[in-house]
Design a protein around this ligand. Structure first.
Ligand SMILES: Cc1cc2nc3c(=O)[nH]c(=O)nc-3n(C[C@H](O)[C@H](O)[C@H](O)COP(=O)(O)OP(=O)(O)OC[C@H]3O[C@@H](n4cnc5c(N)ncnc54)[C@H](O)[C@@H]3O)c2cc1C
Length: 407
């Protein structure tokens, strides 16, 4: 029986991290082979990563010229953001139009569309996809990695980029657990179809602290191309089922949006958000490189999940390319540097997402009192309002001495 082909680099997973890694490999002139559990035609539910930062757009544009512009063109941008405290507006800001390298500061569109555009770019650059291939185990040695799939197939590689998501088989195989807490409160996340002809809404991001029409719960409403995402922050003792059942949705959505939106639910899910980072981003032999949600999970406030998966994947490919070129101790150093840098970036991103969660939930009495005080003066002083408004992104961490790191 012939032995399996040995690849310089294999990628497990065709989500944003795996697709970015595939584009980066092709841009570096190496073959890119992706093993993906899903079939090619399967559609992933939910808007998930709706908000793509300008930095991600520029990186994707660099890897595949035209891709950043195409994603930006399909997405939507809002210029105005508002925050309310118990129904009273405490902050509003409208930004003038701006662009860098012809790309906007961000764009908002469902992750499934972004992934589709990325996969099309991958095909254009000759990426080899193996759909319906589920990696079930991995064995790393000083010489390389052997993967086994669900139908018993074997795959050999010098390096493997693990982009197989939150329940990563590769992370488990290299013995690197996710470490960190999970939010106490449940969040209900709903995607609603837009209704521009009958129920137009201003294209604005709106955050409500203690919304009076939903029993004082926090609500974040964010537009994306074709719809709206609503995050309802449940109280610790709420029963999520009451809010996600069709009757529940018809009851609370019309209290915060035009009535017709109660009938326009495209997708709903509940989350207790994990704030977790892998113990190590590579194995003891420096052959498996963890990227994206295989290596970190963040609450989505601040949009740091997919946006950090792109640079994770790009840096992993740079390290693998350097390792292939240098070999020996140089190879180990290149992968170790990747693992250290991306763990530092993930730890920083988790700190920012934690600050956002803390700000939104305000479980600490001192923070709760400070927020109330800020809300009382916010109409007169913009700084207090701006501080309240920063909750959905995570307030600036510089003052707390957190290490600044790239996404
Ligand atoms: C409600 C919500 C809102 C979010 N909003 C944002 C946002 O606005 N901005 C942002 O940046 N991020 C956001 N995120 C996070 C973002 O969705 C993730 O960070 C992103 O999908 C991670 O990409 P990934 O490629 O690492 O993992 P995934 O997207 O999970 O992709 C992993 C891929 O690997 C495949 N796979 C899994 N196991 C195997 C296996 N054993 N063998 C082969 N293939 C396998 C899966 O089928 C999948 O295709 C949000 C997440 C949620 C839940």
């Amino acid at each position: 029986m012939s032995s399996p082909t040995r690849h310089p680099v294999l990628i497990a997973g065709a989500g944003p991290a795996g697709l970015s890694a595939a584009l980066a490999l092709r841009a570096a002139g190496l073959p890119a082979v992706v093993l993906e559990r899903r079939t090619e035609s399967s559609v992933r539910p939910g808007s998930r990563a709706a908000y793509l930062h300008g930095a991600s757009l520029r990186e994707l544009e660099r890897l595949s010229p035209g891709l950043g512009h195409e994603i930006a063109g399909r997405g939507l941008m809002w210029a105005t953001k508002r925050s309310y405290w118990a129904g009273q507006e405490v902050y509003t800001r409208t930004y003038p139009p701006s662009a860098r390298d012809g790309l906007p500061p961000f764009t908002s569109l469902p992750q499934v569309i972004t992934e589709d555009l990325m996969a099309t770019a991958c095909r254009k650059h000759g990426v080899e996809f193996h759909w319906g291939v589920e990696v079930t185990s991995a064995e790393s040695t000083p010489d390389g990695v052997r993967l086994t799939d669900a139908s018993g197939g074997e795959w050999l590689a010098d390096y493997v980029i693990a982009a197989d998501g939150a329940r990563s088989v590769l992370r488990t195989a290299i013995g690197s657990p996710l470490e960190g807490p999970r939010s106490q409160n449940t969040f209900v996340v709903v995607d609603l179809d837009d209704d521009p002809d009958h129920n137009p809404m201003p294209i604005e991001r709106v955050f409500h602290y203690r919304h009076p029409r939903v029993g004082g719960r926090n609500v974040l409403t964010v537009p994306f191309a074709g719809g709206w995402r609503v995050d309802l922050n449940l109280l610790v003792h709420d029963d999520p089922e009451r809010y996600v059942s069709p009757e529940g949705l018809r009851r609370w959505i019309p209290r915060i949006l035009p009535e017709a939106y109660g009938e326009r639910v495209r997708w709903v899910s509940t989350y207790r958000f994990a704030q977790q980072v892998a113990a190590r981003f590579t194995d003891t032999h420096h052959r498996v490189l963890l990227t994206g949600e295989a290596s970190h999970l963040f609450a989505p406030f601040g949009a740091r999940g997919m946006n950090s998966s792109v640079p994770d994947a790009v840096r992993a490919v740079e390290a693998a390319v350097e390792a292939l070129e240098t070999g020996g101790a140089g190879a180990t150093r290149a992968v170790a540097r990747f693992a250290e840098e991306r763990k530092e970036a993930a730890t920083y991103n988790r700190a920012c997402a934690s600050a956002a969660l803390e700000h939104m939930l305000a479980h600490r009495p001192s923070l709760w009192l400070r927020q109330r005080a800020a809300a009382a003066v916010a109409t007169a002083g913009r700084r207090a309002g701006a501080w309240l408004d920063s909750a959905p992104y995570g307030p600036k961490l510089a003052a707390r001495g957190a290490a600044r790191s790239s996404y």
